[in-house]
Design a protein around this ligand. Structure first.
Ligand code: NAD
Ligand code: UD2
Length: 313
């Protein structure tokens, strides 16, 4: 029997690669990616995977993909995923993060009768630094960066296309995602990728390995393992009830950075050399989510921070 076809934009990225791996168990996958931050090494070899090198912010690249395939599900993850890059380059970020979303929605709408769900990767960045916690989907939206503004605008388009044009869609606000293949090379990489890299260097006897802790370590985050994010995205795609809705994707746990470091020291059996520096400008002191809404769809968090870190390490 012919498998149904699924589009994953940004499929060669950190989260996209994990999503593709899982979807391949059931579907034929088309990845649209320009390899700006992604790599072919994140993608498995499979006769059920077609890689299309292309740019979501080039309307003709998007149109070409939709002229070639008919999709059952679409996962839109391609984006400039770095907040720092969006501040350095707001115009280019907007072109990719906003225009890319509209071109995809516009093309997908022509296939709306066939598409079961268009799932958009949004971010906790839409909540900005407004202090009310935990963040619910109904919490105040107050993005403070070009990245957060474009995620919010994209989400609004995604839900509006669902309501106005019948393209069934959902948006997922990821909190701090971590796991294998997250790139630790930029100072703005996810803190757990930087920590993992540091612990591995300590283990290997590298005496220069040192972790810079910005602030006093009391900042709180909701770290969600990439496997749980993948499960949540597939649940949103396959659920009827999630149509036209926005969901937080997080772990139902919160930890200070010092707790995380302590937990990682226990797991690795290594002591981490630390240097304290003043908190980063604009750093949010506490960020964590209420995930009751997605739990009502049947979402279960499989990995605690401890089991997730063990797998990652
Ligand atoms: P990533 O940088 O590893 O993946 C992004 C992918 O998109 C890469 O493969 C990249 O090459 C591709 N891409 C970028 N611009 C493109 C373009 N113009 N056309 C086609 N492909 C393009 O980042 P990630 O961490 O895997 O993030 C995936 C999605 O999840 C992004 O939309 C990001 O904003 C969102 N998100 C991530 C986190 C996190 O903690 N990692 C948190 C919130 C939201
Ligand atoms: C996350 C997202 C960001 C944006 C933001 C919205 C990541 C990587 N970043 O930023 O894209 O959505 O949430 O609120 O997912 N830290 C150190 N040392 C380091 C690196 C980080 O102390 O070498 C601290 C950092 O100052 C912060 C915490 O660790 O207090 C977490 O940092 P992060 O960059 O992993 O994530 P965050 O929540 O700042």
């Amino acid at each position: 029997m012919k498998k149904e076809t699924v589009l994953v934009t940004g499929g060669a990225g950190f989260i996209g690669g994990h999503l593709v791996e899982k979807l391949l168990q059931k579907y034929h996958i088309v990845v649209l990616d320009n390899l700006s931050t992604g790599t072919m090494m994140n993608l498995p070899e499979s006769p059920h995977l077609d890689f299309v090198f292309g740019d979501v912010s080039q309307e003709e690249d998007v149109a070409q993909v939709f002229a070639t395939y008919t999709f059952t599900y679409i996962f839109h993850l391609a984006a400039v995923a770095s907040v720092a890059a969006s501040i350095e380059n707001p115009v280019e970020t907007h072109r990719i993060n906003m225009n890319g979303t509209i071109y995809l929605l516009h093309a997908a709408q022509q296939q709306a009768a066939h598409i079961q769900k268009f799932v958009f990767a949004s971010s906790a960045a839409v909540y900005g630094s407004e202090p009310t916690l935990p963040k619910k989907e109904s919490s105040i939206i107050a993005p403070i960066t070009p990245y957060g503004i474009d995620k919010w605008a994209s989400e609004s388009y995604v839900i509006t296309y669902s309501q106005l044009f019948g393209l069934k869609s959902s948006a997922a606000r990821f909190f701090n995602v971590y796991g294998p293949r997250q790139n630790p090379t930029s100072p703005y990489s996810g803190v757990l990728s930087i920590l993992t890299d540091c612990f591995q260097r300590v283990k290997a006897g590298d005496e220069t390995a040192n972790f810079t802790l910005y602030g006093d370590g009391s900042q709180v985050r909701d770290f969600v393992y990439v496997g749980d994010v993948v499960n949540a995205l597939i649940l949103l795609a396959e659920s009827e009830e999630s149509t036209s809705e926005v969901y937080n994707i997080a772990s139902d746990q919160r930890h200070t950075l010092l707790e995380v470091i302590g937990m990682y020291e226990t797991i690795t059996g290594e002591k981490l050399p630390l240097t304290y520096q003043t908190a980063r400008a604009g750093d949010i002191q506490k960020s964590y989510a209420d995930i009751e809404k997605i739990k009502k769809l049947g979402f279960v968090v499989e990995d605690s921070l401890e089991t997730g870190l063990r797998k990652y390490y």
